[in-house]
Structure formats: C-alpha cells, structure tokens
Design a protein around this ligand. Structure first.
Ligand code: UGA
Length: 440
C-alpha cells in the first residue's frame, strides 16, 4: 500500500518505519527540513532503541523516504496518517492547530479517494472536525474517509510495541475504510477492534487515564505505607496477583511524567467538563502526581536538615529509562526544588543530560554514577536506568560525604542497602517497621 505519514515525532516515525518494514511504500512528511534530511540519511532525530537500524534498512531497500512536500505525499498515497503533535494550551485542552493545518492541506491536495487516519491523540469529535476541514478545502468532490487509529506505543519500546500491540483500534464510520486499515495491520496478527470514530477517540484517553490512575493509586497507598510501617512494594505485589488487577503500572515512586499521561489526563478532564460531567476523578490523579516530587524532596530535607550548602546527586534525568525525553520529567521538578532550597545539585543520565543542561546550567553534570556520588550528602535515584541496578555500592558509599540513599523508584533492596551502611529511603517503604505502631 502507498502510505503518507505526516509528522515524524515518536509516533509518526516509528509508524512509518514499521509500515515500510511490512512491505509498504512510505513517505514520511515533516515541516522541519533538518529532520527530513536526517531521516533520509538514515539518522533518526529521536533516540529510540532499534529505530536507526530499521530506518536504514528500509531507506536502503527503497520503501521509505522523507519529504517536506505534504501535497505531493497526499497525491501519491492511498492512506494518510496524521501523527502531528497536540501540545496542551493554557487551559489544558490540546491545541489542534497542527492537525487542522494538515487536514486543510490534505483537502487542497486531494486527487482521488483517500483514507485519512488520525493517530495523534485528540479529543472526541476531532475526526468529524478533520472531515469538515477537508471538505471545506477540497477543490473537486473527491471522496475520502476519516478513521481514528489511536497509538498505544511507549517511548523506549516503541518498535516492539508497534509490532506487538495488545490491540489495534480502528474507528471508522465507513466499513470500507475500516477494512483497508485492517488489511494494513493484518501481517501483525494482533486483535483488532472496529468501532465508530467517537469510540476509538475515547478509547485512547480512557486507557491512558486508567494507567495514570493506577500509578496515582499506588502512590496514595505508598504514603499510607510510609506512615504505618508497611511496604508498598509488597502491597502492590500481592494486589497484582489478583488477575483482575494485574502487576503492571503499580510501581510506586516519583509518579508519571512524559509527553502523554500528564497532558492526556488533563485533556480528558477538560473534555469531561465540556460535556457538563464531573472531572474530580481525573483531577485527583493529577493532584496526587504533582505532590510526588515535593514529598520526595521533603524526605531529603528531613534527613539532611537545611539544604543550604548540601550536595545532592541525582541518578537519571529522563522521564523514564531508555529515552532522552525530559518532557514533564520528575527530575526537572526535583532539581528546581533542590536548587530553591540552596542545595548544590550534581547529576548523571546516560542520554538526557544535553537536554537538561540548557534548562539548568548550574547543575554539575557528571560522567557516571560514581562521579555523582563524590562528596555528595545524598544520592537520589530518579530514573531506573539498567546501568544503575548493579552499581558498586561499596565504592559509592566511600565516595560520599554522608551515605544517604533516596530511592525514587524502589530499585534497590532496602535491607541490602542498610547492611552496606547506607541510610536508605524508598518510596512507601518504612524506614524501620519496628518503629511503627498502627493507630486503631
Ligand atoms: C504512555 C502509555 O504507556 C502508552 O501506551 C501510550 O501510547 C503513550 O503514553 C502515549 O499516549 O503516547 P509513555 O508516556 O511512553 O507511554 O511511558 P510509560 O512507560 O507509560 O510511562 C509513563 C510514566 O509513568 C513514566 O514517567 C514512568 O516512570 C511512570 N510509571 C509507569 C510509574 O511511575 N509507575 C509505573 O508503575 C509505571
């Protein structure tokens, strides 16, 4: 099939590369000429494991090309995926200006039947809006269909997720269009659901909000565990064995960041409000999440006292491992709070440091975890990169001014760390269970 993919961010580029790998002819479109050049040279503008290899292979085999010429890509293709960003506006609602602009250009370039598939995360009703914009801009009455095909890939495992999705959702009001998209995905042999447009649009937000809810839920439980001498890791483990609950997304810690959950839950709350429904549930998910970073810094302050002149080392800056993305990263809020309190902040992240440096030039960026630990009064694990799992903690402890370890992702075994001579704080893991008395 001939496909155009508009927008070469995480979703667009990964979608384009994977469809090319499945044997389709793909044109990736972006307004940014530098990105387009990089892609045509086989250099992915984003860091994503496995993406470069797949990109290079499909360029070499002639199935994929990038261009800035959207009209040309539309004329050449049968299916056009819209994968442009929908950044939040001041009110928390997604800004649809990029989606609108692409729809208008598609309308102008229409030269025959096309299927316009929206993959950007957009509020319910956007599919209809795209249809109206295309109708307003088409010069001739060429037919087209609009389909919603939400994306569920995660950064850091985007290729794997795209090749092995738990489900593929195809929202279309015309079964003929839906069946064409089913054909496109058929080689993946994954469960597919065909729904109407509005249903598909809501499935995306309902899924992300539910995952964010699980995280905020376990973080609320973590706070109770801290007060009562319980261990949230064990609570989550036991809960997860109930097949109706499951283990996924029950890791207590610093909360969720990234370009999706914070923005999508906010947007969903706004949508619910727009339809005169109560957004409290969704707002609470965000409120709990906002409280995570201040709570963590408060633990450091409790231990070290006045942070003026104290050195705090951070391990990890990206919003999660295997990505250089720092959008809504918890590290940013933690750095801001630590600097505000007068601490000296050192940090190391395997890939995200160049992104944080311009925002916080006063942070001392290090070459590895051991350099971060040197003369630090506290070491805080912020992002659970694999390389932090097996550190030489003997060496770390000796390098530190005071052996205080704050584990924001519950990566380490508290008993082992205490045996090694650290003061250890894990989120929702009592310092010493024997010190607690439950209040009855
Ligand atoms: C999320 C969803 O998982 C994807 O299904 C969805 O397609 C994507 O948003 C999107 O809408 O585009 P992503 O933001 O890449 O993907 O990252 P996740 O792996 O879901 O992690 C999000 C945040 O939650 C991270 O900051 C992570 O540290 C945090 N998290 C995750 C927890 O704090 N605890 C957990 O148990 C799991």
């Amino acid at each position: 099939m001939k496909i155009a993919v508009v927008g070469t961010g995480y979703v667009g580029l990964v979608t384009g590369v994977v469809f090319a790998d499945l044997g389709n002819e793909v044109l990736c479109v972006d307004i940014d000429a530098a990105k387009v050049d990089a892609i045509n040279k086989g250099q992915s503008p984003i860091y994503e494991p496995g993406l470069d290899e797949l990109l290079q292979r499909n360029l070499e085999e002639g199935r994929l090309r990038a261009t800035t010429d959207l009209a040309h890509a539309v004329r050449e293709s049968e299916v056009i995926f819209i994968c442009v960003g929908t950044p939040p506006t001041e009110t928390g609602e997604p800004d649809l200006k990029y989606v609108d602009a692409v729809a208008a250009e598609i309308g102008c370039a229409l030269n025959g039947y096309k299927i316009v598939v929206n993959k950007s995360t957009v509020p319910v009703g956007t599919g209809d809006r795209v249809r109206r914009i295309i109708e307003q801009h088409r010069a001739e009455p060429h037919e087209f269909d609009v389909v919603s095909n939400p994306e569920f890939l995660r950064e850091g495992s985007a290729i794997h997720d795209t090749l092995n999705p738990d489900r593929i959702v195809i929202g279309a009001d015309n079964p003929r269009a839906a069946m064409r998209i089913v054909e496109l995905y058929a080689p993946l042999e994954r469960p597919m659901l065909i729904t109407n447009l509005a249903t598909a649009e809501i499935i995306k937000y309902a899924s992300n909000a539910f995952l964010a809810l699980k995280i905020s839920y376990i973080n609320a439980i973590a706070d109770l565990c801290e007060r009562t001498g319980a261990d949230v890791v064990q609570v989550a483990k036991a809960m997860g064995y109930d097949q109706r609950i499951g283990h996924a997304f029950l890791q207590a810690g610093l909360g969720f960041g990234g370009s999706c959950f914070p923005k999508d839950v906010q947007a969903f709350a706004r949508t619910v409000q727009r339809y005169q429904l109560d957004p409290t549930l969704f707002q609470t998910i965000l409120d709990i999440n906002h409280a995570r970073a201040p709570h963590f810094v408060a633990q450091i302050r409790n231990r070290l006292g006045d942070l003026q002149g104290k050195v705090v080392g951070l391990l990890g800056l990206a919003f999660k491992p295997n990505t250089d993305d720092i959008r809504e990263a918890r590290a940013l809020e933690i750095i801001r709070l630590l600097l505000q309190a007068g601490a000296t902040v050192k940090a190391y992240d395997p890939v995200a440091m160049p992104r944080v440096q311009p925002l916080f030039p006063e942070v001392r960026y290090c070459r590895n975890a051991y350099e971060v630990a040197e003369n630090a009064d506290a070491l805080a694990l912020i992002t659970e990169w694999n390389e932090f799992r097996q550190l030489n903690f003997e060496r770390i402890r000796q390098a530190m001014r005071q052996p205080n370890l704050f584990d924001g992702r519950n990566l380490y075994d508290p008993q082992r760390m205490r045996k090694l001579g650290f003061y250890y704080y894990g989120v929702g893991r009592a310092a010493d269970p024997s010190e607690f008395k439950t209040v009855l």
